[in-house]
Design a protein around this ligand. Structure first.
Ligand code: M6R
Length: 363
């Protein structure tokens, strides 16, 4: 049942304020206590997290690396499962291996988990299907409570994965004595605002559909971001490739002048994800380098960001104000909507894109 939407993907995008609130409610008490299922884990005894996943789940891991490292001061290694499993990486003592998978059945991720058995101190997973193989073979499995996801392009599972990983990073920060109670409560307050902010972001859907119509004529699209928005640039590019079949690449904004800027001309739209965070000015200066070469910029930022830097851009998408840390969760919505509406404009099969399966149970 598509619940009145044209596609499952549209329904699942729209569900995000509800399922995020649900996921938060499962792990966070009213007083701000983060509660995990047993067996309990104390991150004071952990020196490293190794995160492994595929596709969009891998991009959730890359985003979470920023949180674990910046907020909890805990080193994180992230790899795609297909590389990790054959690399035979050494797993140091006092490390947690953490696997993220919507289905819990992805063959490479499961093989990577099995490789870590007996090597990592603890095997953890963040999954959507509690009965899945990855959940069953973990010491501690954290469900994301996204509900069934049918669209091949992962949307609500991604933002629910991020939400659970953000809470986990905050718990790690507290366990390790790296955060004051005030700062912790502040992060939690920002997280609790997220469902309302997401609902506001969803209100931009019609405006994004107009932008997408222009984007649907492109052959190549670049996505740029910095800091925690850099993995999200990859997610925007992956979503666009998957369902609209437009070639899209993501770069860290700062990498632009190390090669990809050679691609820029008046035919290449460049989507810039730039909330007014600590790195905003740097991202904007990269964006201006694109515009100086006639690149067509679609700037995604908040009202102030757009009024400060939006002059001369090809198009804008306005997001509500959000804290730096949770920005990638909110900015997933315009990334998803841009891909969705572009695919709709092109008339592709949104829920069942060619050559793709929802669950990749063979390597
Ligand atoms: O079920 P999983 O989360 O393990 O799946 C991983 C990827 O196959 C998945 O995220 C894929 O990249 C999606 N189609 C992305 O939208």
């Amino acid at each position: 049942d598509k619940g009145g939407h044209k596609h499952f993907m549209a329904k699942e995008i729209a569900e995000q304020p509800t399922v995020i609130a649900e996921a938060i409610g499962h792990y966070l008490s009213k007083s701000g206590e983060i509660r995990l299922p047993d067996p309990q884990i104390d991150f004071a005894n952990v020196d490293r997290i190794t995160m492994v996943a595929c596709g969009t789940a891998f991009l959730a891991c890359l985003t979470a690396k920023y949180w674990f490292e910046q907020i909890a001061r805990l080193p994180v290694e992230v790899d795609v499962a297909s590389e990790f499993r054959y690399r035979e990486p050494p797993i140091p003592a006092r490390s947690v291996a953490l696997f993220v998978s919507q289905s819990g059945e992805t063959a490479d991720t499961l093989a990577a988990l099995r490789y870590c058995e007996g090597k990592a101190d603890k095997i953890m997973s963040v999954i959507n299907v509690p009965e899945s193989s990855i959940a069953r073979e973990s010491d501690l499995a954290l469900p994301i409570h996204a509900g069934v996801e049918i669209g091949v392009a992962s949307t609500k599972a991604f933002t629910c994965q991020l939400t659970v990983l953000f809470l986990l990073a905050l718990k790690a920060a507290a366990d390790r004595g790296e955060i004051t109670e005030e700062a912790r409560q502040d992060h939690l307050a920002q997280l609790r605002r997220l469902p309302a902010l997401m609902a506001e972001a969803l209100d931009q859907s019609d405006a994004i559909a107009m932008t997408a119509r222009k984007l649907s004529n492109a052959r190549d699209v670049l996505f740029l971001g910095r800091g925690p928005l850099y993995p999200l640039a990859h997610e925007g590019a992956l979503k666009l490739k998957e369902i609209s079949y437009i070639h899209a690449e993501a770069y860290a904004s700062g990498e632009l002048k190390h090669g990809p800027i050679a691609l820029i001309d008046e035919n290449v739209p460049v989507v810039v994800m730039a909330p007014r965070d600590a790195l905003f000015d740097k991202t904007v200066s990269n964006m201006q380098e694109v515009m100086a070469r006639k690149g067509k910029v679609i700037l995604i930022s908040d009202r102030e960001g757009l009024s400060e830097a939006g002059e001369g851009v090809w198009d804008t998408i306005e997001m509500p104000d959000v804290s730096d840390a949770v920005a990638p969760i909110l900015y997933a919505i315009p990334a998803q909507l841009l891909a969705y509406h572009t695919a709709v404009a092109k008339g592709t099969d949104v829920d069942q894109p060619r050559n793709l399966a929802k669950s990749v149970t063979v390597e």
